[in-house]
Design a protein around this ligand. Structure first.
Ligand code: ADP
Length: 169
């Protein structure tokens, strides 16, 4: 069984993430899509909400496990008996950071393999922070996320606005 790990923040999961996941499923028997708990980031959605959105998004896909982890990716990959870690490359701007991470992880564990996949070009300019930003300004993000994620985003933006109105009074 060839297992791969697909780590990220997924705040929220987008069609770009799902494009990469589906490509990875063609190469591996199982892909573990996993939320990296990162104290440096302050996500809009809680871990529980992000896990729920991922689970709903992958319901029709075979060979996917949904998880989250703390600590070093190399340790987690070893624990999961993964043969590779999958990352998406959108543009040259992703490359420098991804190269640094891939080489550092290989330094920590020489068996660590990173596989880079490129999404359909329509997703090359897409990331979760742009989606959050557009949604915050009531822009239309329906082409970028699954319908149930769109619903959660709309709810979250209304909650945020109601809260800030409450504090102004
Ligand atoms: P973000 O989506 O904010 O860039 P994530 O940490 O959630 O950040 O991304 C997890 C992985 O998915 C990374 O390898 C990232 O490059 C990749 N990824 C994210 N969005 C896309 C996209 N639109 N197309 C391809 N890969 C993507």
């Amino acid at each position: 069984m060839r297992i791969a790990i697909y780590p990220g923040t997924f705040d929220p999961i987008t069609n770009g993430h799902l494009d990469i996941l589906e490509r990875a499923l063609r190469l591996f028997d199982k892909v573990v899509i996993t939320i990296a708990r990162n104290s440096a980031k302050n996500p809009l959605f809680s871990e529980k909400e992000r896990l729920e959105m991922i689970r709903r998004s992958v319901r029709t896909l075979k060979g996917v496990e949904v998880d989250s982890f703390d600590g070093l990716l190399v340790e987690y990959a070893r624990k999961k008996k993964a043969v590779a870690v999958v990352r998406g490359l959108r543009a040259i701007s992703d490359f420098e950071y991804e190269l640094q991470m891939a080489l550092m992880n290989r330094k920590l564990d020489e068996d660590f393999v990173t596989v880079f996949l490129m999404p359909n070009e329509k997703y090359t300019y897409l990331n979760s922070s742009i989606v959050r930003e557009i949604a915050r300004h009531d822009g239309d993000v329906k082409d970028f996320v699954p319908p149930h994620v769109l619903e959660k985003l709309t709810e979250k933006m209304h909650e945020g606005k109601a809260r800030s109105k409450g504090t102004k009074r």
